[in-house]
Design a protein. Structure first.
Lengths: 367, 351
């Protein structure tokens, strides 16, 4: 990690702490307290965070290689969001049905999916538009996951529509009386869409608040347009505060800070039934997508390497052990690519499948 | 006889009581108003939303994603256009997820002209809706069908757009809804919120029965031999009027109330046109890229050599809006005289 990035991380942390303003009661103290370098996290959890972050990174880099090798048409994903996404995936009340959390994710959510337990091969199948792709059957882009067994709502290309959808699932969850919540992720540029405001408005109506964890992964860009060219507000979190939604800004490149913040806010939502907001500052390590080259931005903080170095420096992980983890996932990625390459593409005639439920005929020629 | 608004209200009540509807929502849908056309008065699960059409559609999608049933309303179709990409997503979600995520939701919205509603209370939406694959689209023309199509829409596992004619909301039909009291004054006293002193008012619902109109099934409202007129919604009664007026002159008009835009009852249309050899499609959306044009195209493809006259589409003029003055609206949207005139022209055409 460069001095510059260390500085910016520290600055972000300091800023995050200073900006945790709440309009309601102070957050309940987390079971895991801040203080030491790793906030008292058990070694097992630290290594699990690291392992999943590495896995997600290796997977995304594999997907980029698949694109660059001409075996996929388009890549978009989340390298740089590992710290935030993995922490989120580990904290979710995972499962299907209203008693579990709902996830409305954006297309940089591979780290969350990896933490939930998605095997690499399923992301590769999506990337290579195989019929075996469990999310879309070869119909949609990389990163557009859908896993009903974990309440992972379909990821859409139109940005920000996931925000108000989260209000819909949260409404049903609240009615069902469970402590489950709806979680939404999205980018900073997308907050310009009306749907972001819709989420703030619908989730915060007095007496009708909804259990939604509203998060923004602020990577400082909307495709090529810098943050400064799109925003007048000091922090995106300020917009949530205007609706009396408890809000904070965190360093989303730090898995410990992210984990603690997410846990605290999730606990708060489960306890109160009210929304909460997190703006996480993250890196966009490979640009927007394959459309702008998908090349590594070396000037940005790398959350995976930064965290790994901290673990090694603290003696919690050796370099050799770290290398083994990278190698292990690299092999899994290569094997996944080889397997997906051998799997069938969707059949042309399958275009009419699933227009309507149970394949009821939707072709007017057959009416 | 119930009005269309009362029929919809009773259908929604039946839905929340018997079909698992847990949310009926939109702007002014809940108390105290119960809908700008009173179609949601007194319903147990009706609630008011912020003035936010995109929020209404996306929250419906979220609720449907959990498997709960809901009916959402956009107050007028004129204001549905800013939700177009959400409607697209709702229609493509099942397909995009390879059959994994269905959205069993109903969106109802008042459509069409006929109330002198000027530019933003006169829009139609059927042609637009027909370009939303993944949705089923229904358009009732009378109270009984309004009831039966709403029940079918609620029970359907797909997203269903329920387009209700603004001008028909107070229109009364000729057939009773199963369970409806035969005396309309009694019905009114049971389910209409009093205009005065309505605090604490609760409806007394009649003992309604299940009655569904299958989506995709039309109805022949007048049998005839010389020409087929295919229409739906508000235009049905005008076409029927034309059929009745022309019958004594020996012009026998078959009128099909299509009832569903998608899927549509092709076999009913085909069988009728094979018999008559002449066909007119009537609706009130604008004429360029009109749904009737699709049907007309299909007629020419499949029945070209059986036709005795050119198929015609009678629709609204391709204008940016419908003007408030009756002179402007009547010269924009098909009127009775237009329908009668075109029928006469087609019947008179010599191959």
């Amino acid at each position: 990690m460069s001095k510059k990035s260390t500085k910016s991380t520290s600055k972000a942390k300091a800023m995050a702490k200073s900006k945790v303003r709440t309009s309601v009661k102070s957050p309940a103290k987390s079971a895991i307290k801040m203080g030491s370098a790793f906030a008292g996290f058990p070694r097992e959890l630290l290594l699990r965070l690291h392992s999943l972050m590495v896995k997600s990174r290796v997977l995304e880099e594999r997907l980029i290689k698949i694109y660059k090798a001409g075996e996929g048409y388009f890549w978009i994903g989340g390298p740089g969001e590992e710290a935030f996404g993995v922490a989120l995936g580990l904290l979710v009340n995972k499962g299907q049905g209203l008693e579990h959390d709902w996830l409305h994710l954006h297309y940089r959510c591979t780290p969350t999916m990896v933490a939930l337990g998605m095997p690499m091969i399923d992301a590769v199948r999506l990337m290579m538009n195989r019929a075996t792709d469990p999310s879309t059957g070869g119909r949609n882009f990389a990163g557009h996951y859908c896993f009903p067994k974990w309440n992972v709502a379909p990821v859409t290309s139109p940005i920000e529509v996931q925000y108000p959808l989260a209000c819909g699932t949260a409404h049903a969850q609240k009615r069902a009386g469970h402590k489950s919540i709806s979680i939404v992720t999205g980018g900073d540029a997308g907050t310009a869409e009306a749907d972001f405001a819709t989420c703030l408005i619908w989730s915060s109506r007095k007496g009708q608040e909804l259990p939604v964890l509203i998060t923004v992964q602020n990577n400082g860009f909307g495709i090529s347009t810098p943050y400064e060219g799109q925003h007048g507000e000091t922090e995106i979190a300020d917009r949530a505060r205007a609706f009396n939604i408890r809000a904070r800004v965190i360093d989303g490149n730090d898995p410990i800070e992210t984990y603690l913040a997410l846990k605290e806010e999730m606990d708060y939502i489960r306890k109160t039934g009210k929304p909460s907001f997190i703006e996480a500052k993250v890196s966009r390590l490979y640009g927007h997508s394959s459309a702008d080259g998908a090349n590594r931005k070396t000037e940005l903080v790398d959350p995976v390497l930064t965290f790994e170095k901290k673990l090694i420096d603290a003696g919690l992980l050796t370099k050799v052990e770290a290398e083994k983890i990278w190698d292990l996932y690299e092999k899994e990625g290569v094997d996944a690519q080889l397997l997906a390459r051998s799997e069938p593409a969707p059949a042309p005639e399958s275009v009419w499948d699933h227009v309507f439920v149970n394949n009821e005929n939707a072709d007017w020629r057959k009416f | 006889m119930a009005s269309v608004a009362q029929a919809i209200r009773m259908a929604l009540h039946y839905g929340e009581k018997n079909l698992g509807v847990k949310d009926i929502f939109g702007q002014d849908v809940g108390a105290p108003l119960g809908g700008v056309f009173t179609a949601t008065q007194g319903l147990k699960t009706a609630w008011n939303t912020p003035l936010d059409e995109r929020g209404i559609i996306s929250v419906a999608m979220g609720i449907a994603m959990t498997g709960d049933r809901c009916v959402a309303e956009i107050q007028f179709a004129d204001y549905i256009f800013n939700t177009m990409d959400l409607l697209k997503i709702a229609g493509n979600t099942l397909w995009c997820t390879n059959g994994q995520t269905s959205l069993p939701m109903v969106v109802m919205t008042p459509v069409g002209a006929g109330i002198f509603g000027s530019v933003y209370h006169s829009h139609s939406f059927d042609a637009w809706a027909s370009r939303l694959p993944g949705w089923k689209i229904v358009m009732p023309s009378n109270p009984l069908d309004a009831y039966g199509l709403m029940l079918a829409a609620i029970k359907d596992p797909n997203p269903v757009l329920y387009l209700k004619s603004k001008a028909l909301m107070r229109h009364k039909g000729e057939e009773l809804i199963p369970g409806e009291p035969s005396d309309e004054k009694i019905l009114k006293s049971m389910i209409d919120k009093p205009v005065q002193n309505s605090v604490g008012w609760r409806p007394r619902w009649p003992d309604l029965e299940e009655y569904t109109v299958p989506i995709g099934v039309g109805k022949i409202t007048r049998k005839g031999e010389h020409i087929t007129v295919v229409t739906y919604s508000r235009m049905v009664s005008l076409c029927v009027e034309a059929a009745d007026k022309l019958a004594p002159e020996g012009i026998s008009v078959e009128v099909i109330d299509l009832r569903s835009i998608y899927p549509y009852d092709w076999s009913m249309i085909k069988n009728s046109v094979e018999k008559t050899g002449r066909v007119l499609f009537v609706n009130e959306d604008t004429e360029v890229t009109n749904f009737g044009e699709h049907l007309s195209y299909r007629i020419t493809q499949e029945l070209f050599y059986q036709l005795q006259a050119r198929p015609r589409v009678l629709a609204s003029k391709n204008l940016p809006g419908i003007g408030l003055s009756p002179n402007l609206e009547r010269n924009s949207v098909p009127q009775y005289n237009d329908i009668e005139m075109v029928i006469r022209e087609i019947v008179a055409e010599v191959p």
